[in-house]
Design a protein around this ligand. Structure first.
Ligand code: BJW
Ligand code: ZN
Length: 252
């Protein structure tokens, strides 16, 4: 897509930077787009490699029960991707911001651990982590080799099938995790929504909560989303290019 002229983007970056002071409570809500420049595919959109199917079809418990080996294999493939790539300039700018403000919290829908690897200290994982697995029978964490190369179903010593510790469609988000996300959202002065299509709830509902709570809303995305009409400022471009431009403009 064509991005706005550089001067317009710079003016908007300046406007966002002007709102952020050392006293600010800044909350990020991030999605797959923040990791796209690291080489992690997004779910939807023209560059989403999961375009061959709808996430709703594979990311649910019924699909898993019908064909656990297929779903395990998809997650094995994805966990190999996320462990082999590096955090990008967007993740790093978000982590750098935490040293310049009173509070900085990252609420992420991503399961890839890249915010933590970039150095963000307070990360709320709404949809779990692809790096953890557990048994659907006994509930115990599974620490065995999830990356085995054959196509057999991975099972726990108890015989139960092992699944990734992520939240699928139709499953509720961990209650304490979502409550913490709501609390942080309600306390935010600046709420930055980065690289998410904003179509999956209840995560996208946090943006409405931020608006109702009086936060200044900023979106960073390569294109408009369903959430764009709620924004005070929308910055259209890659998060790995836009976010460093905001953080660089802040007082040291
Ligand atoms: C860039 C960029 C760059 C690219 N720089 N930007 C009807 C109405 C409302 C809700 C529902 C409904 N019917 C059902 C529901 C509920 C359902 C839901 O929301 N469905 C909608 C799709 C309609 N939600 C749920 O089921 C949730 N649970 C729930 O509601 O519990 C209550 C309940 C219980 C029982 C029954 C019913 C309800 C759970 C949702 C779980 C989502 N899980 C997944 C998989 C996680 C594990 C995994 O990774 O495999 O989470 S699905 C997938 O979507 C993943 C993501 O976290 C999530 C959001 O995607 P995200 O991050 O926004 O990625 P994309 O690809 O969509 O967007 C990328 C964006 O980046 C794009 O905008 C690009 O433009 C941009 N971009 N490059 C900046 N360089
Ligand atoms: Zn077990």
């Amino acid at each position: 897509m064509d991005f706005p002229p550089a001067t317009a983007t710079e003016a908007s970056q300046e406007r966002v930077a002007d709102r952020i002071t050392p006293e600010s409570c800044v909350v990020f809500l991030t999605g797959a787009g923040v990791s796209a420049e690291s080489g992690v595919p997004t779910f939807r959109g023209e560059d989403g490699i999961w375009n061959n199917f709808r996430p709703e079809e594979l990311a649910n418990f019924d699909s898993f029960l019908r064909n656990p080996a297929r779903v395990q294999s998809w997650y094995r493939h994805r966990s190999e991707i996320v462990t082999s790539v590096q955090p990008n300039a967007g993740h790093i700018a978000i982590a750098d911001l935490q040293w310049k403000v009173n509070a900085c919290v990252v609420i992420t829908q991503n399961v890839d651990n890249l915010h933590q690897r970039a150095g963000s200290e307070t990360v709320i994982e709404l949809h779990g982590s692809i790096l953890r697995n557990y048994c659907i029978e006994c509930g115990e964490p599974y620490h065995g080799d999830f990356n085995q190369k054959d196509s057999s179903v991975i099972t726990c010593p108890c015989g139960g099938t092992v699944r990734p510790d992520v939240v699928w469609f139709g499953e509720t988000l961990p209650e304490n995790t979502f409550r913490a996300a709501e609390e942080q959202t309600g306390q935010s002065d600046i709420f930055l929504v980065v690289g998410t299509s904003g179509v999956v709830y209840p995560a996208a509902g946090l943006v409405h909560l931020a608006k109702e709570s009086g936060a200044f809303l900023v979106e960073v995305n390569i294109q408009p989303t369903e959430l764009t009409p709620l924004m005070d400022v929308s910055l259209f471009g890659k998060s790995g290019e836009i976010l460093p431009g905001i953080v660089e403009r802040l007082e040291a």
